[in-house]
Design a protein around this ligand. Structure first.
Ligand code: BES
Ligand code: ZN
Ligand code: ZN
Length: 467
């Protein structure tokens, strides 16, 4: 664990954090009248090392304010090189304490490994609560595990794509599997060819490294035969292929493996939490590069499922690698549900910006979708559903082939992508989450850094708890 969690009634050298509602009597006379406690407004009293955070009007309070307030406190402590943050308020419940811990741990991070030592973020060493909160210690420590794994995913997403290559993804997955009683197998070029995973192979053709299907198995409930599958898009770098992206759109494309990284984070969390679930995690990993070996626009390719796909645009690579991964996974593991994360479309970014991920699901996944939505509201890794009505599903039919990879118009791009994927899950309950807007952000938020956010890990773990 990177940050220590403690329970104590003294805040010693730590930054004391207090909350007020708008209009409350202020806890210190030195607070000026201009500070009224509006939502997430802060006032720092250096002489007593205390930060007062406003929670706005009582009736307008949102649970995420605890995370955001804790995030603000950690950032302030870090800026003043104060080594701890102490939440003073007595009588908080379990959920509130967990949210405060999450906000603090998630804010206590910066992707600064390439910066000079003196310019690195000064991490807070301890986050502490009143001793009466000790009864929540277990819940807080469990959420800290998930936060730590979120930070691991952020590191993978933010790191150079020339470091996080398919080889590196495999090595990372192997290391994590070994330490966590997770079974791992990795299919590379010769096996992929033998199995006929031509979509995954096509996308990776211009890379010097073989594509990889990384399969992780965690069996936490040996009494049950039920399995859940979680799949992630792992394009280590997406140039767009021969349909090359314009330079500005390519800038962030090292993040195009965020779905696969999230899968790794969820599997690691499930194992560390000893969740009573049987999980299969599949990472579809390669890079979408250019060169004479690169696959071509309008190539018709036979997928693992046997169906042919006319690939209209080499920048639509995500759905191709996922189609093979999904179809292989459902046939081999016969899961009860398939949950899939991918940075699939620019279209979902136009729709939701960076606040919410797009959720899509088959009709037989209604109950699961509801739970994913609720898990999103709980963790504030929020999702919002878009439809997969039959008119959309019909658009996937091909003319020269079984399927086409792109719609005939440039509209409903995110829905088309989801509809395409749904053709490869053999009628299993399927939920696709398009995290193109949420996996990496340009501007830091209270407990989220710029760049990789680790989106999906907390959401999926919370979802797993609920089913
Ligand atoms: N990796 C991109 C999607 C993406 C866009 C992720 C912006 C994060 C931020 C994906 O492979 C892609 O290029 N999608 C194209 C699809 C199009 C060619 C059908 C898109 O959405 O523009
Ligand atoms: Zn692309
Ligand atoms: Zn992509």
């Amino acid at each position: 664990m990177q940050t220590e969690i403690a329970f104590s009634d003294q805040h010693k050298g730590a930054l004391a954090v207090r909350f007020v509602n708008e209009g409350d009597k202020m806890p210190f006379d030195t607070i000026p009248d201009s500070f009224t406690g509006k939502k997430l407004e802060t006032f720092y009293l250096p002489e007593i090392r205390t930060l007062v955070v406003g929670f706005g009007k009582k009736e307008e309070f949102k649970p995420d304010y605890h995370r955001r307030a804790a995030g603000k406190a950690v950032k302030l402590a870090s800026a003043y090189k104060i080594s701890g943050v102490h939440f003073v308020q007595q009588g908080l419940g379990e959920k509130e304490c967990v949210a405060l811990a999450e906000g603090a741990l998630l804010a206590n991070y910066s992707f600064d490994k390439y910066k000079a030592e003196e310019l690195k973020m000064c991490r807070v060493k301890t986050v502490s609560f009143p001793s009466t909160a000790k009864k929540f210690s277990d819940a807080i420590h469990r959420s800290a595990i998930v936060c730590d794994n979120t930070l691991m995913v952020r590191d993978l997403v933010s790191e150079n794509s020339s470091v996080v290559t398919p080889e590196f993804m495999e090595a990372t997955a192997r290391r994590i599997a070994k330490r966590n009683k997770i079974h791992i197998s990795v299919l590379k070029e010769s096996e992929l060819k033998r199995h006929g995973m031509n979509l995954l192979l096509a996308v990776g053709k211009a890379s010097t490294q073989s594509p990889r299907l990384i399969i992780l198995e965690y069996n936490g409930d040996t009494k049950s035969k039920d399995r859940l599958m979680i799949v992630g898009k792992g394009i280590c770098f997406d140039t767009g292929g021969l349909d090359l992206k314009p330079r500005d759109s390519m800038l962030e494309m090292r993040m195009d493996m965020a779905g696969a990284a999230a899968v790794l984070g969820v599997m690691k969390s499930a194992s560390e939490l000893r969740m009573k679930k049987n999980l299969v995690g599949i990472m579809a990993v390669t890079e979408n590069l250019i060169g004479e070996k690169a696959y071509r626009p309008k190539d018709i390719i036979r997928s693992y499922s046997g169906k042919t796909v006319e690939n209209i645009d080499t920048d639509a690579e995500g759905r191709l690698v996922l189609a093979d991964a999904l179809n292989y996974g459902v046939k081999k593991f016969d899961p009860k549900l398939v949950l899939e994360f991918s940075t699939l479309t620019g279209s979902v970014v136009s729709t939701f910006g960076n606040h919410v991920a797009g959720m899509f699901g088959t009709e037989n996944a209604v109950e699961y979708k509801k739970k994913v939505f609720e898990a999103g509201m709980e963790t504030y890794e929020r999702v919002w559903e878009l439809p997969l009505f039959e008119e959309y599903l019909d658009e996937v039919a091909g003319e020269r082939s079984d399927f086409r990879s792109l719609g005939k118009t440039r509209y409903n791009g995110a829905i088309f992508g989801a509809a395409f994927l749904s053709k490869f899950v053999e009628e299993k309950p399927f939920i696709h989450i398009d995290i193109a807007g949420t996996a990496m952000i340009d501007e830091a938020k209270d407990y989220m850094p710029k760049d990789g956010t680790g989106f999906g890990v907390r959401l999926a773990v919370e979802f797993l708890k609920r089913i």
